[in-house]
Ligand binder design. Sequence first.
Ligand SMILES: *Cc1c(COP(=O)(O)O)cnc(C)c1O
Length: 415
Amino acid sequence: MKIKAFENKVWLSSPTMHGEELEYMTLAYRTNWMSTLGENIDETEKIICEKIGRKHGVGLSCGTASLHMAVRLAGEKLFGTPEPGKGALSGKRVFCTDMTFDATVNPILYEGGTPVFIDTESDTWNMDPRALEKAFALYPDTKLVMLAHLYGVPAKLEEIKALVRQHGALLIEDAAESFGATYQGVQTGSFGDVSCISFNGNKIITGSSGGMLLTDDGADADKVRKWSTQSREKAPWYQHRELGYNYRMSNVIAGVVRGQLPHLEEHIAQKKKIYERYRDGLSDLPVKMNPFDERNSVPNYWLSCMIIDRDAMCPQERNDLCASFTPQKGKSCPTQILESLAAINAEGRPIWKPMHLQPIYAGFDFVTADGLAEKGTLNDTGSDIFTRGLCLPSDNKMLPWQQDIIIEAIHRCFT
Ligand SMILES: *Cc1c(COP(=O)(O)O)cnc(C)c1O
């Protein structure tokens, strides 16, 4: 019998509100701090610094803006202040996570940098330290590494930090997806020279939008505060010596984030339950959940993902814009599963397509554990995970009975 579609869509990851958000937004309204200044911003910065264990936080309009400011900061630290209109990284290489959302990479190009993509490892689906080591051997003068923690699972920070230190480089940590996850008991967002988190609508907690830059260096935090408010000098008129941006967080948005913060751990607990229900419910199929290093890390379980065993994959074709598959008895593929989920009104998603396969980034170098790869290679760990993996509906508000139906729909793909 066909499975009946959900009346209300089950989302991949949608905002989960609790009431306090509205109170703090209303506070901004009542006190007329309808601006990029106010108590909500100050409190949000303070609470997040305490939670993550950093000295300074700067609330910004989104995670991407935070990453842009982080890149700008690192560039100026390494190479000095550029001429107005020139990027702070002009022509400089940056070693960058390959399998991530493109917001990790775009800021490198905003500043004229040249990303070198580093392949993914299969233990945590993050940057492969062996490939990073190869990249440093190829380009030993590279001074900046951009590291993302995918789907809320911390990367191999010990190995990566050791390489970064050994080469006197700086680390920018993109913890947009991993707020609340820990590595060796320490919060992600505390490992970069500069780190960034995001409050985009689909993240573990949200402000509808928003982001934060984190650092232990007070002078750096002050710089970002200045740059993100159009680089106004302390003068009676609008006086400018440096390039400016309008990137500051709104006090209304900060109210939403402030109201969400008490619920971070609750969201993580809900996401963990979802992950474990999938893990148990799918354990009889030739699939595995997205892995993490149980010895060193506790993820925030932001998205539950699965990967199909190689010999259980039916033929699947993907070009740049669409996908198809050929059904086969006892086998399946991400395309088939995503279509089956869509048919019951549940939202899954392919794995983030690796950057070296994106038309915009295909011309840049890509380094695997074997060294510099051929352009457009599919013979790498990231491409393999993209081919065989998918993100499952992971919404906090999904009920156990709904998840059981999703698990049943996945089983039917393998009959
Ligand atoms: C969401 C996300 C960002 C960008 O955050 P925004 O707030 O949407 O700008 C950056 N990097 C990663 C890995 C993300 O998932």
